[in-house]
Design a protein around this ligand. Structure first.
Ligand code: AMP
Length: 374
């Protein structure tokens, strides 16, 4: 395919913070940006040249959108397959509908991983009835449309499993072994249209209430674990033939082995620190891949960390931005959302440091300063 060069229009399906940061990257490189989602005045729409508001089920509107751009990408893997397929007929779309089909459904994703011999948490499929026995503790997760711990319930007995499945309206689910992991890791990487592969190394992620809280880079790991995480990621990218930035989330077990938890075929929250810490951000990387351009250098300027800013920080009123901005190392990113609900990702703060741990101390202190009285 001929590269899509600056000046062309890039279409983004979805218009949240990932689309916003992608749009900022695209604008910086001189592209025009059109976004499509059901929301008006969205985080990405605020940056775009054109914000189209429509349902993903409205294939006529999707077609109008696709005809208005030179290449399409997405920031949200739950774009319905029909919408992605309709868009792809009118403009090149990366990652393609097949990648979405696999990764937007936990059961298909885990089955893909298992069938391709990637290490994955033990799971069983629950379609229309519960098994007569199961191992506990386990986590019941809806097969479709889940992220940030949404649609998942930890269960310790058959009785709890029955109650949990009722609560999830007896929809198709995955029952997954609970993994007593040592740490959660992620690899953010990109694959170009020519099959080129670049990665940002391995990040450590800590979660609070199933939502990412702090990412630290690089993870300090034995060389073997590092190489294995990168090799699994590259293997998954090849097997999926994904084009664009994608993240593979892992559990690192106490015995040093890795299990894949999830694949996110788009820039990832744990990769936000690449904006300030790496030569090429995960968003620019996505753009380069989608446009058929050479992938960028992933070199880090220094160890880095990122802390998410959730809506909870607004519970006592407007956060003390001045207090955060007094930290010389802190870089503040806000997503332009005006409704700070608890658990909602409103922004993040990044810092570079002498080590990942040092950078994490800075972002946590800077975030904490938001709660001091003005
Ligand atoms: P997910 O939406 O599946 O990525 O899950 C969100 C978070 O829930 C993960 O990052 C883990 O912290 C936790 N989690 C999910 N699945 C498991 C599991 N099988 N064992 C232990 N913790 C889990």
């Amino acid at each position: 395919m001929k590269p899509v060069l600056p000046g062309a229009a890039i279409g983004i399906l979805g218009s949240g913070q990932l689309g916003r940061m992608l749009a900022i990257s695209a604008r910086q490189l001189g592209y025009r940006v059109h976004v499509y989602s059901p929301d008006a005045n969205s985080p990405a729409g605020q940056i775009a040249d054109r914000e189209m508001v429509g349902e993903y089920e409205d294939l006529d509107q999707i077609a109008t959108f696709a005809k208005s751009v030179d290449a399409i990408t997405l920031e949200f893997e739950n774009i319905p397959f029909a919408a992605a397929s309709a868009a792809e007929k009118l403009a090149p779309l990366h990652p393609g509908p097949e990648v979405l089909h696999t990764t937007q459904h936990r059961l298909r994703e885990k089955t893909f991983l298992r069938n391709n011999d990637f290490p994955v948490t033990h799971f069983i499929a629950i379609e229309d009835h519960l098994p007569t026995e199961a191992h506990f503790p386990a986590i019941l997760k809806t097969a479709g449309f889940g992220y940030d711990g949404k649609g998942q319930i930890k269960v310790n007995s058959m009785a709890e499993l029955e109650a949990a499945w009722d609560k999830l309206a007896k929809q198709a689910c995955v029952l997954e072994a609970f993994v007593p992991f040592e740490r959660e890791l992620s690899v953010v990487a990109a694959r170009g249209q020519d099959g080129a592969f670049v990665h940002y190394g391995v990040f450590v992620n800590s979660h609070a209430n199933h939502i990412l809280d702090v990412t630290t880079a690089p993870a300090l790991l034995p060389a073997k674990t590092f190489q294995e995480a990168i090799a699994i990621t590259e293997g998954i990218f090849e097997a999926l033939r994904v084009v664009g930035t994608t993240c593979v989330e892992f559990f690192l077990r106490h015995d040093g082995s890795l299990l894949v938890n999830e694949i996110a075929p788009r820039p990832h929250n744990s990769g936000h620190l690449t904006i300030d810490a790496a030569r090429t951000s995960q968003f620019e990387q996505q753009l380069r891949a989608v446009c058929g351009l050479p992938l960028g250098d992933t070199h880090f300027h220094a160890p880095a960390a990122m802390a998410n800013l959730l809506g909870d920080l607004w519970s006592e009123g407007t956060p003390n931005w001045s207090a955060l901005l007094k930290f010389p190392e802190a870089r503040l990113h806000l997503y332009g959302k005006d409704d700070p609900r608890p658990g909602r990702k409103m922004g993040h703060v990044t810092a570079l440091g002498k080590s990942g741990v040092h950078a994490a101390e800075i972002v946590k202190a800077a975030r904490h300063a938001l709660l001091t009285s003005v």
